[in-house]
Design a protein. Sequence first.
Length: 140
Amino acid sequence: MGFFTIEPEASGAPDSEESGEVVSCIFDAWLGDDLVRAYPTLLVTTPVRQALLDLREPTGFEITRARIRTSGFFRRQHPGVRLPPFWSIGVRGEPGRDDMGLTPAGTLVVSQRILDVLMAFRIGRAVLAQYAPGSRARLP
């Protein structure tokens, strides 16, 4: 099975005003991808969530609710734009072994079957590469 690194569209950051069990993020931008990163959080839209949950025995991740809001900058740049619901992906797997894993540098590594799911959605701003174990790939 092949593995790939993905650097998703960067859309925001964790929301420092929120705390608790639900992941909370604030978006400064969103260019429309269904897979985004609000570093260090990985987020997906509801259709991607459902497609991932439909996989047979996926490994290395869990999906939980996310609470998102937009920053003042976002609202000024995109008046009237509403974000779709997003879900947090908690990546727990080993890169190159599980369906999802993170390298020590924080790069997302996915299996071919996860990549196949993601390719059915909008991920046009994500940077994809073949995973090479031991590489020093890092998020910008």
